[in-house]
Design a protein around this ligand. Structure first.
Ligand code: PMP
Length: 326
């Protein structure tokens, strides 16, 4: 289930079927399992949407072989799309605001993509605008738009979720996952609620992010350091469906940072800040279940570790909290 034992013809066939590993630090009687998405070839959960979305866009005729994928992205999505684009015969262009991690931009270029920087001051909106301008100038181009395209959610409904349910024989009580686009959580949530409508769905965001507003939890907006999850403007997060979510855990940068370091030191996981946040949230949920404060159909919690800490070494991820956040 979680290994690739047969020889395969393409790196695309190694996407998914990632390991599901029990966390050692949870309550003894409520196991927490983390799905390790850094085992994908581009080392993140976004390889799944790269392969799935590009294959569907080609099938639907939204772009044809030899055409171009143009996506505004801060990183992991670009890497996932770059791998799939090259293998499926498309060009890839990514529009990245200057401030984002140099590792990610170098990897996109190494995978054959063109990387175009937009000024940091123009934010992600500036990158989105430039991506659409570029796509309009090109003959045969598509902007997959991970923030609004339901194919993002579908990729997780079709792959991530069934892998989890097969591995645990359907015994899942709560799903806890960070939300950037929210594609990962929404895809798993839909599948989970079809299996058992009593399954608890818990979203994770950094303190300072405002997803909580959508569930009527009053949030105060501020900057945060945790990367890959959270939002400052929920109007851009079109895939998030509040009616599927029971609760949103807000995690402080410091707690996520302490946890990602603990996960490396004590459990051998080289994971980044969004995984640190997911782990803190999953442990809180498991504790509530263990204490009898949260009813679940099965006393098992599942979470997602989206990527690897190696991608953030230049940002000082393993230095002190003060150095990491400065
Ligand atoms: N963690 C990291 C490091 C990510 O890059 C992302 C994607 N932005 C996520 C978590 C969240 O995934 P999703 O977009 O599916 O909500």
């Amino acid at each position: 289930m979680t290994t690739h034992e047969e020889p395969v013809d393409s790196v695309l066939e190694t996407i998914g079927r990632t390991p599901l590993v029990r966390l050692q630090d949870g309550p003894a009687d409520v196991p927490i399992y983390a799905k390790l998405e850094s085992f994908n070839p581009g080392a993140s959960v976004k390889d799944r949407i790269g392969r799935y979305m590009i294959a569907r866009l080609l099938e639907r005729g939204d772009v044809s072989h030899g055409g171009t994928v143009v996506e505004p992205t801060a990183g992991n999505t670009g890497i996932g799309f770059a791998i799939a684009a090259e293998q499926l015969g498309l060009e890839a262009v990514f529009v990245v605001p200057e401030r984002f991690s140099v590792e990610k931009q170098q990897l996109m270029a190494a995978l054959g993509a063109d990387v175009i920087n937009t000024p940091t001051a123009d934010g992600m909106d500036g990158a989105i605008e430039r991506a659409h301008e570029l796509a309009a100038e090109l003959e045969d181009a598509v902007v997959p738009q991970q923030f609004s395209n339901p194919l993002n959610t579908e990729a997780h409904y079709e792959t991530t979720a069934p892998e989890i349910y097969d591995a645990l024989d359907g015994r899942v009580g709560a799903v806890v996952a960070g939300c950037g686009t929210a594609g990962t959580l929404m895809g798993i949530a839909r599948y989970a609620l079809e299996c058992d409508p009593e399954t608890r769905i818990i979203a994770v965001e950094p303190e300072g992010s405002v997803y909580g507003d959508l569930l009527g939890e009053d949030r105060e907006e501020s900057e945060y350091k945790i990367e890959g999850i959270g939002t400052h403007d929920t109007a851009t997060n079109e895939l998030f469906e509040p009616e599927l979510v029971d609760h949103i855990e807000a995690i402080a940068d410091r707690d996520a940072h302490d946890e990602l370091k603990r996960l490396a030191r004590e459990e051998g996981h080289l994971v980044a800040s969004s995984a640190g946040a997911a782990s803190v949230a999953a442990k809180r949920v498991a504790r509530r279940i263990a204490d009898g404060d949260l009813d679940v159909p099965h006393e098992t919690v599942v979470t997602i570790f989206p990527d690897s800490s190696e991608r953030y070494l230049s940002k000082g991820i393993y230095r002190s909290f003060e150095e990491w956040t400065s």
